[in-house]
Design a protein around this ligand. Structure first.
Ligand code: HEC
Length: 379
């Protein structure tokens, strides 16, 4: 199989002859042969420098001999490198760029380097960000449908839920998340809904717009955990008479937590308060959300990722005599493309108690991590 693959690669290289690429690739392969390569840095200097530049900073196009792709990494740039997972980098070094939808110029090193050497050069890449305090991509768990994650993101997200029984209703949110520096993220959310009225007519539109802020307090690879504070304000932009808004400004405050568990499992939790400015119209509320999940990667990590999760949700109005509503959401998230920055999730939200007037819902989202590339890249 390897032989056939190499033959194909050779054919492709001949077909799409770009002298720079081949020169760079063969220069590097020749350089590694017969050399004594002990440390990650030695391996990097012998095998990777030619393209990735001294220290992994990148090279000017004139030295490279090919036009670097827009996603060409600078491994010393903490903002770009720390959010990547070691697992993904390893897959790329083993199999070459195309395994994650990157350029074929990034060669496979399975034949030229031993697994130990790949491990060492991996450690070296990780050491290139010299600033402490950047949360690592390992702590960026698959997003659950209800539970907000602790990791700061650059993402577009479209969520939606549809009543499975009772009156018709489709609700959801369009969310834009933008990360700033090590620890901060701003979020804008526009909720929408289409609801069936008693007269069976439908009303729909945009609800109360939300501005949110997330700040990572602690992230530690030693304990495998990340903790963030969340704050938000929802403005009464939705039409209350059409059930599209609450009619009052509401502040939200809470926290999100994530924990690595063995064998690619994870636990995430979010808790918070909704505090409306006028409690005669809307009462204060408390919520808790928790999710347990595990990621299965097809073809030993080179293929599609599947992340089944079980989510639990508790909500309670903060008035005397109020009861706590519990829901369970079994769900599945899958990566849609090779780059894994476009994902989809679906689940069923079922009330566990106080079921009167609370419908079972089908819940979905689609997300696009725009830092990792355009929506149409990496397929
Ligand atoms: C022939 C040129 C070339 C050589 C030699 C090379 N690379 Fe690459 N590498 C690339 C290119 C080009 C990309 C970017 C692909 C893209 O963005 O589409 C890349 C991407 C990567 C990535 C993905 C980074 C990201 O954006 O997440 C990793 C990791 C990587 N290379 C590691 C290595 C290591 C380690 C070596 C040496 C063992 C090496 N490369 C040798 C050209 C090369």
């Amino acid at each position: 199989m390897h032989f056939i693959r190499r033959l194909l690669v050779l054919l492709l290289l001949i077909l799409f002859w770009r002298p720079g690429i081949l020169q760079a690739q063969s220069k590097q392969a020749a350089a590694t042969k017969g050399m004594k390569l002990d440390t990650g840095q030695e391996i990097f200097e012998a095998a990777c420098n030619g393209c990735h530049g001294p220290g992994g900073r990148g090279q000017p196009q004139s030295t490279l001999g090919f036009e670097p792709p827009s996603t060409f990494p600078d491994f010393t740039d903490c903002n770009g490198s720390t959010r990547e997972k070691t697992f993904d980098w390893k897959a790329i070094i083993h199999e070459g760029g195309p395994v994650r939808g990157f350029s074929e110029i990034m060669p496979s090193w399975t034949d030229a380097l031993t697994p130990e050497q790949i491990e060492k050069v991996m450690q070296y890449l990780r050491s290139r960000c010299e600033e402490s305090g950047w949360p690592l991509g390992e702590l960026n768990f698959p997003r659950a449908i209800m539970t907000e994650k602790a990791f700061p993101e650059d993402e577009w997200l479209l969520t939606s839920s549809a009543n499975a029984n009772g009156t018709g209703g489709i609700e959801g949110e369009m969310v834009y998340e933008k990360r700033f520096g090590k620890r901060n993220q701003l979020e804008l959310a526009a909720p929408y809904s289409f609801l069936q009225r008693a007269n069976r007519g439908w009303v729909g539109g945009i609800g109360d717009l939300v501005l949110g802020y997330k700040r990572v307090l602690v992230s530690s690879m030693r304990s495998g955990s990340i903790l963030s504070l969340l704050g938000e304000v929802a403005a009464p932009t939705g039409n209350k008479t059409k059930d599209l808004g609450s009619g009052v400004t509401t502040f939200g405050a809470g926290a999100a937590f994530g924990q690595i568990l063995p064998r690619m499992s994870f636990f995430q939790m979010q808790t918070g308060f909704d505090l409306p400015t006028d409690t005669t119209k809307v009462s204060n509320a408390f919520f808790w959300r928790g999710v347990l999940g595990k990621t299965f990667a097809q073809k030993g990590g080179l293929g599609r990722s599947w992340s089944p999760m079980a989510e639990f949700i508790a909500e309670r109005d903060l008035v005397t005599g109020a009861r706590t509503d519990w829901d369970i959401v079994p769900e599945m998230q899958i990566t849609l493309n090779k780059r894994q920055h476009v994902r989809f999730a679906a689940g069923v939200r079922t009330p566990l108690n106080n079921t009167a007037g609370r419908s079972t819902q089908l819940v979905f989202y689609a997300l696009w991590d725009f830092f990792d590339g355009g929506l149409r890249e990496g397929w």
